[in-house]
Design a protein around this ligand. Structure first.
Ligand SMILES: [Zn+2]
Length: 457
């Protein structure tokens, strides 16, 4: 049975004002307490952590400050877990609860192409879902709203956790399942949901399909759209405008990592996301020096989750580059990532001396008239140097004789903004692949030894 928050003031902008506005010293004291508990739980119950922490010579009692934790507890990478799980499926010795406590199982792709398996206890799923309540509430969604999920269920954790969140919020949910886009539009017309949940690119695709069938998506009942799985409306302002205009709705996003948590719901200002500091501990590490990055400096987001008791992740390298701030104009004290994720530490391609972030290219494309939101970045390596080609698609109906002109405009705008010239290729409208779940934007054709399969961007 869903828990209906009968007594919650529907007008307050906070889901939990006490935690969301807790002063930093108090939050930090709470983190220290929780981190020590997580360390003890992992050490006592997971053979993997006992080995790892013994080898590093560090135990929960040695951690007296947050600095102790950041410096002394060894970092953890996804591949360590994947290796152990492959040796002894399904979870190797990473599990920290008896196997029959596992209530749900998801998977996420790894850099080696082998999936990481993620177990959750029933309690983990409750906590994971709570993060979505913050997200929905901050955007303006209330228990009286009705959700439409436009995807088929699978091993992808993002939308399962959204489902746990909707139950916790106490709202109504319609699951559209694996039907085609026309079917989803018909369901939305019939059921009149107020919240659409999908990947951001699929929301745009759905709007395209609706228009093709003579339906203006903005005239439908949807007041809010919510997104996960790819960089979304708070990471890419051009995408936010496209989604909000298409649906006549307000768009939010969740920065989540399947194995960690739905870790950062979008701020009401839509300029970034706030770390859910009740569900995890996060700090930012300068990848060059290994030291903590200063406020506003770009660093790798390192996470310890309080939400996954089944397979704890402690000082876990997310490879996401973020700019972290300790305050935000919305009044929340939780760490704020301006622009969400700015890049990946394992996406270290440099084009003639310039780091090119995917979000930057996407923002430029979103501002050029005649360019659709479908694009790919194709990486190749020629004579030891990385090269990147932007493969874009004009909007339907764009005249073929103006393709060349459009390609030149794209090349010029990228050069102006990023100081680097990238090759630009135009694909015929409707020919680049469409995805219901994670969209693959980066096509890496470099030799195996330099290639990284990117699983978030
Ligand atoms: Zn904020």
């Amino acid at each position: 049975m869903a828990i209906r928050p009968f007594l919650r003031n529907q007008e307050t902008p906070f889901w939990n004002r006490y935690y969301e506005t807790m002063p930093r010293e108090q939050l930090d004291a709470l983190h220290l307490h929780r981190l020590r508990l997580v360390l003890r739980h992992a050490y006592d119950n997971s053979a993997f952590y006992r080995r790892k922490l013994d080898r590093a010579g560090v135990h929960s009692d040695d951690i007296r400050t947050l600095d102790d934790f950041k410096r002394r507890v060894p970092l953890l990478d996804k591949d360590e877990f994947i290796l152990l799980q492959e040796e002894r499926p399904p979870y190797g010795d990473t599990l920290a609860v008896p196997p029959d406590y596992v209530a749900h199982h998801c998977e996420t792709s790894g850099t080696t192409g082998i999936s990481l398996r993620i177990p959750y206890t029933g309690y983990d799923t409750e906590r994971y879902g709570e993060a979505w309540c913050y997200a929905f509430w901050w955007l303006g969604v209330r228990p009286r709203d009705t959700f439409y999920f436009a995807f088929s269920w699978g091993l992808f954790a993002g939308f399962w956790s959204a489902y746990w969140g909707v139950r916790r919020l106490g709202a109504t949910l319609y699951s559209g399942g694996g039907q085609n886009s026309e079917g989803h539009i018909r369901m939305i017309q019939k059921l009149r949901p107020t919240v659409l949940v999908s990947t951001p690119t699929y929301a745009l695709h759905l709007a395209e399909v609706a228009r093709k069938t003579g339906v203006d998506p903005a005239s439908l009942s949807v007041k809010f759209t919510f997104h996960a799985g790819e960089p979304g409306p708070c990471a890419i302002p051009a995408m936010r405008r496209q989604i909000e205009e298409a649906w006549g709705a307000r768009a939010g996003e969740m920065l989540g990592l399947a194995e960690v948590h739905a870790l950062a719901p979008s701020c009401p200002t839509q300029q970034g996301v706030h770390v859910d500091e009740t569900g995890c501990f996060s700090w930012s590490r300068d990848p060059a020096t290994g030291e903590e990055a200063p406020e506003g400096g770009v660093g790798e987001n390192i996470i310890t989750t309080y939400v996954n008791n089944a397979q704890p992740l402690i000082n876990y390298q997310t490879h996401d580059l973020v700019a972290r701030y300790n305050q935000c104009e919305c009044g929340r004290t939780w760490a704020f990532f301006k622009g969400v994720v700015l890049g990946r530490t394992d996406f270290m391609t440099t084009i003639r001396g310039t780091n090119v972030y995917q979000a930057a290219v996407e923002n430029i494309l979103g501002q050029i008239e005649g360019v659709s939101h479908h694009y790919q970045l194709v990486l190749t390596r020629v004579s030891g140097l990385d090269r990147m080609c932007v493969r874009a698609e004009p909007v339907p109906g764009w005249p073929a004789e103006r393709f060349l002109e459009l390609a030149r405009i794209i090349e010029e705008r990228i050069h102006q903004a990023l100081q680097v010239r990238l090759e630009v290729e135009l694909a015929a409208p409707g020919t680049l692949p469409r995805y219901e779940l994670k969209t693959r934007r980066i096509i890496d054709q470099r030799p195996k030894e330099v290639r990284r399969i990117l699983d978030r961007v």
